[in-house]
Design a protein around this ligand. Sequence first.
Ligand SMILES: Cc1ncc(COP(=O)(O)O)c(C=O)c1O
Length: 434
Amino acid sequence: MYALKQSEASLSVFEELESEVRSYIRSFPTVFTTAKNDTVWDKQGKKYIDFFSGAGALNYGHNNPRLKEKLLEYLASDGITHSLDMATAAKEEFLTKFNNVILKPLGLNYKVMFPGPTGTNAVESALKLARKVTGRNTVISFTNAFHGMTLGSLAITGNRFKRNGAGVPLHDSVVMPFDRYLGEGIDTSVILEKYLEDNGSGVSLPAAVIVETVQGEGGVNPASMQWLRKIERLCHRHGVLFIVDDIQVGCGRTGTFFSFEPAGIEPDIVCLSKSISGYGLPMALTLLHKDIDVWSPGEHNGTFRGHNPAFVTATAALTYWENGDFSKEVGKKAEKVKKFLASLVDEHPEFLAEARGRGLIQGIACSEEGAAEEVSKTAFKAGLLIETSGPNSEVLKLLPPLSISEEALNQGLDILARSIKAVKQSRLSVAARA
Ligand SMILES: Cc1ncc(COP(=O)(O)O)c(C=O)c1O
């Protein structure tokens, strides 16, 4: 019988009983047990610094004590857990706080819709609403976009492998080049402008344009503020709804609550999920301008739109946004990570192509095929969780909790630097032997 090493977990239950579709378990092959803020432990007691944060669902860290306290109190008091879209005290508190802490101070005049509790539910509801409001069917999205795995969201997602999984034609969508897709200095908003304005372009006037301000799954691609403003203006000029998918980079990831705040834009629809509950509990919101709230009652329903424990932790998470302290803290950490990654690229110019990102979503693009995945594996063995993104998994994506301690941030960056060096050296010695 194969004897397990002390540090090696058996995954046989998952291999035997869970579908082949499982994925993150393959990047991080161990059985996790407990977690606190920026650190996760497995069954063997091995500790990992978390630069993954549940793919952006844990911006406030694992088991955040401020949120946990409110959640435990709520559960102990037999507060309502499930409520469809009936009125509950927990939802009332969330809506009031969200309005007072986020919407009002920003002068945003949104109504809040609760779709099903995952990101793709928010996107589907946004697409449906845009089509209903405008009476048009096409939606324009961008190269390397990721909006989710249900059919409507897949139709506006770039990744070929994910799209192929649909098994049916994906339609009613048109793709345009994202900012920098055609290289530095080429303003791709001009292409969208031309297609919208030219009666011979073959592209019908769309219901909406949907954009991520920083593409997460697509390879950590930040759009410039100027480009975002141009896209918004173009939409408004043509009576097209402008949707921002802030599912991965909203809720403070870039340093402000909404990622689009520094651009000074006001999308017609905003999709939020992942870190909106703050605790990893499923929850999603679709924010829509009051004047496009044309839904009929029950026209977009779903059983799990009233997950009250998530409303409780979401309300507690909003306390981080009552003043500017948290945002400043994120800004400082982001600056540190940015400088560190730039120095890594300087140190390994032939191995690392580019460092890029905004706030605490940062990436390093590796030049060699398979290198980023190898670095991620090496880092995992050394006690760091870091995933890859991009169409060829060529980008190491750093997504630490916004609440990460300075010590854990330093440790994680150190493991990353050592892992990059180790993979580079092992590849060099293989090449030298060949
Ligand atoms: C920008 C963006 N939109 C939508 C989604 C889909 O969210 P979910 O996986 O919760 O359906 C994701 C998930 O990674 C995302 O990053």
